[in-house]
Design a protein around this ligand. Structure first.
Ligand SMILES: Cc1cc2nc3c(=O)[nH]c(=O)nc-3n(C[C@H](O)[C@H](O)[C@H](O)COP(=O)(O)OP(=O)(O)OC[C@H]3O[C@@H](n4cnc5c(N)ncnc54)[C@H](O)[C@@H]3O)c2cc1C
Length: 386
């Protein structure tokens, strides 16, 4: 439940609150999170109380009603802490809630959105399958109508938050004769329904304290009322609505992570002495810090500009793809330089930088791998001049 004093804040007051929460609670508790192997439950409770599950939903649906630029500015703050904290609410706020908000029936909006905003309905977004990764239109999970139910069969993998979700948003093929995205539909599935099996893989490379999960759906009966929007088809269009929002947030996450990585690298370079002087006084180290700063400023400007375009016009999908691509690649370069500045400490021990280096690696793969964005953006540029 979002605390009433939080609801009363204006945006600047709220931004300050989240910046303080990041510095005083999220960052200091990262090591505890690593030791426990999960985000401490009381931190999840604090995130809900402070409204982080509700930043993307309008006030009439229980959220805080911030626009996309404000969401991005908030993300730049809370992702200076481990991005695993953000993952805990990301699938609810950026993917699932936006699809229900724009495409759900009135009953679906009334039933789920306020609970999502309060952090009481953690929702996982289940699109990816073993044979449908970058090619999301290849989803093979089937949904066959049987009276007042659909019967779902299939396999999903790499699904963030599925292991503790209150609700699954599952993409399945309702029209077997339509092989592409148009034959897909989206369903709201109870994770405790008979036939749903959710498993966490034994190892993760990054995001260890917030693992993804595999889902098997075996003859899962889902009421027709849980078909998003009330009619089958256009599932990929629905998915893209959530994905465009999530990509904007992932770009901001990359900038937040890079901000922290550069800061921590600079702290180390100033304190550690070799050859009788701080590392920060060595020209090549200065160059790593300076180049990183310039790239970080470019990423920050791009994601804020993208967010403003999102707020003022039709969803700027090419600019979103460019921001997601540039910012996540930029964070990868800054993370790599930060490890280099640390020397052996970047490989041995439990400094935050190598943990974040592993975490940011995934940002270049999910919400569209970098090469998919390069390909699509290249085609867009070529077509816009021909
Ligand atoms: C930590 C994490 C969390 C995730 N969370 C979710 C989630 O919550 N829900 C969900 O549904 N999915 C989720 N995913 C899945 C993610 O969206 C997919 O991993 C991603 O779409 C890539 O699919 P794939 O892994 O099958 O790789 P593949 O599609 O096999 O691609 C492998 C590589 O091939 C190249 N490639 C593929 N296609 C093209 C192309 N057209 N042009 C150029 N290069 C190409 C790219 O280099 C790509 O990295 C998550 C993944 C990770 C790692």
């Amino acid at each position: 439940m979002i605390a009433s004093e939080v609801r009363a804040l204006d945006f600047n007051g709220y931004l300050n609150l989240i910046a303080r929460f990041t510095d005083e609670e999220l960052i200091p508790r990262e090591q505890e999170m690593v030791t426990r192997g999960e985000v401490p439950p009381d931190v999840v409770g604090r995130m809900a109380e402070l409204g982080l599950f509700g930043i993307t939903l309008p006030r009439e649906h229980g959220g805080l009603g911030w626009n996309v630029e404000q969401q991005v500015r908030l993300t730049l703050e809370f992702t200076r802490a481990s991005c695993v904290y953000r993952s805990r609410f990301s699938t609810t706020i950026g993917l699932a809630s936006q699809i229900i908000l724009d495409h759900g029936t009135t009953e679906q909006r009334d039933r789920y959105l306020a609970a999502m905003a309060a952090g009481e309905c953690v929702t996982a977004f289940a699109l990816t399958e073993p044979d449908a990764g970058s090619d999301a239109a290849a989803v093979g999970t089937r949904a066959i109508r049987d009276g007042e139910h659909y019967v779902l069969d299939g396999e999903k993998r790499y699904i963030t938050n599925a292991a503790w979700a209150d609700l699954l948003m599952v993409f399945a093929r309702t029209d077997p004769d339509s092989p592409g995205g148009a034959g897909l539909s989206a369903f709201l599935v109870d994770p405790s329904a008979p036939g749903v099996d959710i498993r966490v893989p034994p190892r993760m490379n990054g995001h260890e304290t917030g693992p993804v999960a595999e889902i098997t759906l075996a003859e899962v009966r889902v009421p027709v009322a849980n078909l998003i929007g009330g009619k089958p088809g256009n599932g990929l269009r629905l998915a893209l609505r959530g994905i465009n929002h999530a990509r904007t947030h992932v770009a901001a996450t990359a900038v937040g992570q890079a901000t922290r990585l550069l800061n921590d690298a600079a702290v180390h370079a100033s304190r550690r002495h070799q050859f009788g002087r701080p590392l920060a006084d060595i020209g090549t180290v200065e160059a790593m810090l300076g180049t990183s700063y310039a790239e970080l400023q470019a990423g920050r400007a791009l994601v804020l500009d993208t967010a403003r375009a999102f707020d003022t016009g039709p969803i700027p999908r090419h600019q979103i793809a460019a921001a997601k691509y540039f910012c996540t690649e930029m964070a990868g370069r800054i993370a790599d330089r930060a490890v280099q500045v640390l020397g052996g400490e970047g490989i041995v021990g439990d400094h935050a930088i190598p943990r974040m280096w592993r975490d940011v690696r995934a940002l270049r793969i999910y919400e569209g791998a970098s090469q998919v964005h390069e390909h699509n953006l290249g085609r867009y540029v070529a077509e816009s001049v021909s």
